[in-house]
Write a protein that binds this ligand. Structure first.
Ligand code: SF4
Length: 523
């Protein structure tokens, strides 16, 4: 059982021998050698909560405070062993890791801190029925069996709380400030919106965390992403992050953790903040974070698994102290004037290839380097776009309103406001709520009727067309406006061409049957 808890969970002692023994397979050789020849030593620092200590608190960033509080073992020249407060697992990436620890006679070290759902491969049409694809059904069966065998809390289809892993964590109150959170999905950075250190991990690392509740990590540098100004009409958190990505480009955040700051960020709802942090990985950043504040605490108050009563008040006192100190220095800084934004859309094959909706398809001859020129040319070739053409007016066949980036209640409300009383022209418009709770809340407000009356499909929760593993696919050569987070070649199906955009731009394009500016449709 997962108990209501905060990051004040009792520190855990983890010996060097236990960690190295448990993760011997798949750990870098240097780390194994570094551990294997020494006596077991007690953990130096554990997963204890951060307690502010002047003056270092004043000089530390949010990331540095989190990193410092999660260190278990550290020695020069080797990655740090970090404690993991919450491990989220799902059907797509966990089966191999569960099998690996089973073969080695290990068990899940902290079942109470390991939470599972079924989202990546689940059908959004008939999730309770066996999946028509047997290999997909095998992944779902494996998740169910591993959940049962290891006594994990599994949010399955019948739970009433199933959904995309990065949607249900926050809505259940599992995600809390000051936590370290990992999951076998790149967009785990979503949880950083709460002031958690959250990042995606690979199969070998899932195995490490299952066996030890810890993970090997090198520290990252810090990057302040400062966004100031009031968001103009038609702009949302998605437009902010697409503009940030267009500015820093695909590898601009490599080796860094982003901390989003500034008046625009502070004014965003928690759902908007999650959209922002979600896509940090698309700049190559290890994680994205936002310091918790009253907006965070109001969101968490009363959530099922958040602390209650005095424990909540005590947690808020600690959480406030996580904010970056006034004298802290970032390794680098990026600034964006939100008041100058307009709705953004991608034209290429990575999320950094984006531009304002009123602009034109770029000229491959424009970038300053040969590599960049080649990348633009290749992207335009795949997308079938001509340099100099206006972005507005490009054909749209499919619209996907979903994913852990933009399938929360506020996203669906935005789209429904534009669609109400109108009919879509796109061939297919798929609306996939992020969770069963989002679906129920939407139906209580009548949003499902708005979507259905407009000619959209109203589906059950899941990752769906974000990565097209469940059968929801864009056909070869078709164009899709997607509120998801990746527009890589083939991401939404073989030969599919993806324009990433906000729910507003997606709804406007669904109505027009081509890329369109949402401001044209706003009353
Ligand atoms: S919606 Fe997409 S990015 Fe989000 S968890 Fe699912 S597959 Fe990953």
């Amino acid at each position: 059982m997962v108990k209501a808890r905060s990051s004040t969970a009792r520190p855990e002692r983890l010996s060097r021998r236990r960690f190295c023994g448990a993760v011997g397979v798949g750990v870098g050789a240097a780390m194994v050698a570094g551990c294997g020849h020494r006596e077991a030593a007690p953990a130096r620092v554990t997963g204890a909560p951060f307690e502010p200590k002047a003056p270092s608190a004043l000089r530390s960033t949010l990331y540095e405070k989190l990193w410092s509080s999660k260190r278990v073992l550290e020695e020069p020249g080797f990655p740090t062993v970090l404690y993991v407060d919450l491990h989220l697992v799902h059907d797509d990436t966990s089966a191999q890791a569960f099998e690996a620890i089973r073969r080695r006679g290990l068990r899940v070290h902290r079942p109470d801190r390991t939470v599972a759902t079924i989202d990546h491969t689940i059908s959004t049409e008939a999730p309770a029925l066996p999946h028509p694809n047997p290999s997909t059904q095998a992944l779902i069966d494996a998740m169910r069996a591993n959940g049962r065998k290891n006594r994990l809390r599994l949010y399955d289809v019948g739970s009433g709380k199933q959904g995309i892993v990065h949607v249900i964590g926050p809505e259940l109150g599992l995600t809390q400030p000051g936590m370290s959170i990992v999951c076998g999905d790149s967009h785990t950075s979503t949880h950083g919106a709460f002031g958690a250190l959250a990042f995606g991990i690979g199969t070998t690392e899932i195995e490490q965390v299952l066996a030890t509740q810890s993970i090997l990590q090198w520290p990252s540098k810090t990057c302040e992403v400062r966004v100031d100004g009031a968001l103009p009409r038609g702009c949302t958190a998605k437009d902010v992050i697409l503009a940030v990505l267009a500015k820093v480009e695909i590898a601009g955040g490599t080796g860094h953790v982003f901390e989003y700051r500034g008046s625009t960020v502070r004014a965003l709802s928690m759902e908007g903040r999650m959209t922002l942090c979600n896509m940090s990985i698309e700049a190559g950043a290890r994680a994205g974070m936002i310091a918790p504040d009253d907006t965070t605490f109001e969101y968490l108050a009363g959530r099922e698994l958040a602390p209650k009563g005095r424990a909540f008040d005590e947690a808020v006192r600690r959480w406030r102290a996580l904010a970056t100190g006034d004298e802290a220095r970032f390794d680098k800084s990026v600034e964006l004037d939100a008041s100058a934004l307009e709705p953004m859309v991608t034209w290429g094959t990575n999320p950094g290839m984006g531009a304002p909706i009123s602009s034109r398809v770029p000229d491959p001859a424009s970038p300053p380097t040969a590599g960049a020129r080649e990348a633009v040319a290749r992207a335009l070739d795949y997308m079938g776009l001509c340099p100099g053409d206006p972005l507005v007016g490009r054909r749209v066949d499919v619209v996907f309103l979903g994913s852990c980036t933009n399938a929360r209640l506020s996203d669906l409300r935005l789209a429904a406001d534009l669609l109400r009383g109108r009919k879509v022209k796109a061939r297919r418009v798929l609306v996939v709520p992020g969770s069963q709770q989002v679906r129920r809340a939407s139906e209580a407000e009548g949003l499902d009727r708005v979507f259905l009356d407009a000619g959209c499909e109203w589906r059950e929760p899941g990752c769906s067309m974000c990565l097209a593993l469940n059968g929801d696919e864009v056909l070869p050569g078709e164009y899709c406006v997607s509120t998801s987070n990746r527009n890589f070649e083939g991401r939404q199906g073989r030969g599919a061409r993806t324009f990433l955009a906000s729910p507003l731009t997606a709804a406007a394009s669904a109505l027009a049957g081509h890329l369109d500016d949402p401001r044209r449709w706003m009353l």
